[in-house]
Write a protein that binds this ligand. Structure first.
Ligand code: NAI
Length: 329
C-alpha cells in the first residue's frame, strides 16, 4: 500500500521508517500541511496519513476520494479536524491512534504546573543574566491544594494519580465516572463546583461542540481568584480572548497552554524570522505568568514509537480486512 504523509517532520520519518521495517508499506513524506491546495499530492495514494493541524474538511476529503484515497490514518488521538460525516458519505475509512502514551501528555501537564507555580521559566533566564534575586518568584506548596480535572479519561486519570502523589485534593468533571480516579480520592462535581473549588484547573476533555469554549467569560467568573488554568487538550476548549481578560483582571493567576485555538498557523514551525501577526497569541506571550508550549505534550520517544506502530497496524488491518478496531465511526 502507498501512504502519503502530510505535515511531515524529520522525527515522523525516523519513527515511521523504523516501524515500517516489519510492514513494507511504500511511504512518501510530504512536508506541507494537508489543505485543499496540497491535497492533489495524494493522487494515486490509497492511504493518507495526517496530523492534528491537517485540514480534512468536506472539500479536501472529496478531493482525496477523487484521487483514489480510501483510508485516512490519523497519527493522533483527536479527530476534531475531520468532517467524519462527509468521510463516511465518500466511503473513506478514518482510523486514529486512541492511546499512545497518556503519560507523555500527563507528565507535560504537570511540568507546566510546576514551572508556572515556582516560576522556573523566569528563574532560568534570570540566573543566566547573573540575577539571583528571589523577588517575584514566590510559589505555593502543591500539597493540600485542590486540582480540578475536566475530562477524567486516560490522560486525566494519570494527572489525578500524579497530583494525588503531591498530596493534592482532586475534583473531577466528566459525564463518565472513572473508578481509578475515585481510588485516588477524586470527588466528582459540576463544572461550576469544580471551578469554584480548585486552585488549579486542568483540561483533558476532547474538543467537541459541547466542549468548545467550555472556559469562557461566564465560566471564568466561577474560578477561584488567582487560580491556575492549564490546557493540554485542544485550543478550542478555551476562549482565549476571555482568558486574556481573566489574566488582566487577576481572576486567572497563571495560564499554561500546550494548545491554542489558532495554532495551525504557527505550531510545529520555526517562524523566529517572522513577526507574529496573531495579536491574541502575541498578547499571551507578553504575560510573565503565561507559559505556552507548541503542542509538545505527546512528544516523547515512547509516544512516537507507539504512534508509528499503531498507525501502520491500523492500515494493515484495513488492507487485510477493510475494517479496523481503531476506526472512527
Ligand atoms: P479520553 O477519551 O481517554 O478521555 C477524555 C475524557 O473526556 C472522557 O472521559 C470523556 O468522557 C470526557 N469528556 C468528553 N466530553 C466531555 C464534556 N463535554 N465534559 C467533560 N468531560 C468530557 O482521551 P485522552 O486520551 O485522555 O485525551 C484527552 C484529550 O487530550 C484528547 O481528546 C486530545 O484532544 C488531547 N491530547 C493532547 C495531546 C497533546 O499533545 N497536547 C496529545 C494527545 C491528546
Amino acid at each position: 500500500m502507498r501512504v502519503a504523509f502530510f505535515s511531515t517532520k524529520p522525527y515522523d520519518r525516523q519513527f515511521f521508517e523504523q516501524a515500517n521495517t516489519g510492514h513494507g508499506f511504500e511511504l512518501t513524506f510530504f512536508e506541507p500541511r494537508l489543505t485543499a491546495e496540497t491535497s492533489q499530492l495524494a493522487d494515486g495514494y490509497e492511504a493518507v496519513c495526517a496530523f492534528v493541524n491537517d485540514r480534512l474538511d468536506s472539500e479536501v476529503l472529496a478531493r482525496l476520494a477523487e484521487g483514489g484515497t480510501k483510508y485516512i490514518a490519523l497519527r493522533c488521538a483527536g479527530f476534531n479536524n475531520v468532517d467524519l460525516k462527509r468521510a463516511h458519505e465518500l466511503g473513506l475509512h478514518v482510523v486514529r491512534v486512541p492511546a499512545y502514551s497518556p503519560y507523555a501528555v500527563a507528565e507535560h501537564t504537570v511540568g507546566l504546573m510546576l514551572t508556572l507555580n515556582r516560576k522556573i521559566h523566569r528563574a532560568y533566564s534570570r540566573v543566566r543574566e547573573g540575577n539571583f534575586s528571589l523577588n517575584g518568584l514566590l510559589g505555593f506548596d502543591l500539597h493540600g491544594k485542590t486540582v480540578g480535572i475536566v475530562g477524567t479519561g486516560q490522560i486525566g486519570e494519570i494527572v489525578a494519580n500524579i497530583m494525588a502523589g503531591f498530596g493534592c485534593h482532586l475534583i473531577g468533571y466528566d459525564m463518565n465516572v472513572n473508578e481509578e480516579c475515585i481510588k485516588h480520592g477524586m470527588n466528582y462535581a459540576s463544572l461550576e463546583e469544580l471551578l469554584e473549588g480548585s486552585d488549579i484547573v486542568t483540561l483533558h476533555c476532547p474538543l467537541t461542540p459541547e466542549t468548545h469554549y467550555l472556559i469562557n467569560e461566564k465560566t471564568i467568573e466561577h474560578l477561584k481568584p488567582g487560580a491556575m488554568l492549564i490546557n493540554t487538550s485542544r485550543g478550542g476548549v478555551i476562549d482565549t480572548r476571555a482568558v486574556i481578560k481573566g489574566l488582566k483582571s487577576g481572576r486567572i493567576g497563571s495560564l499554561g497552554i500546550d494548545v491554542y485555538e489558532e495554532e495551525s498557523a504557527y505550531f510545529f514551525e520555526d517562524i523566529s524570522h517572522q513577526l507574529i501577526t496573531d495579536d491574541v497569541l502575541a498578547r499571551l506571550l507578553t504575560f510573565p505568568n503565561v507559559l505556552v508550549t507548541g503542542h509538545q505534550g505527546f512528544f516523547t520517544q515512547e509516544a512516537l514509537t507507539a504512534i508509528a506502530e499503531t498507525t501502520l497496524r491500523n492500515l494493515k488491518e484495513l488492507d487485510q480486512h477493510r475494517n479496523c478496531h481503531n476506526e472512527v465511526k
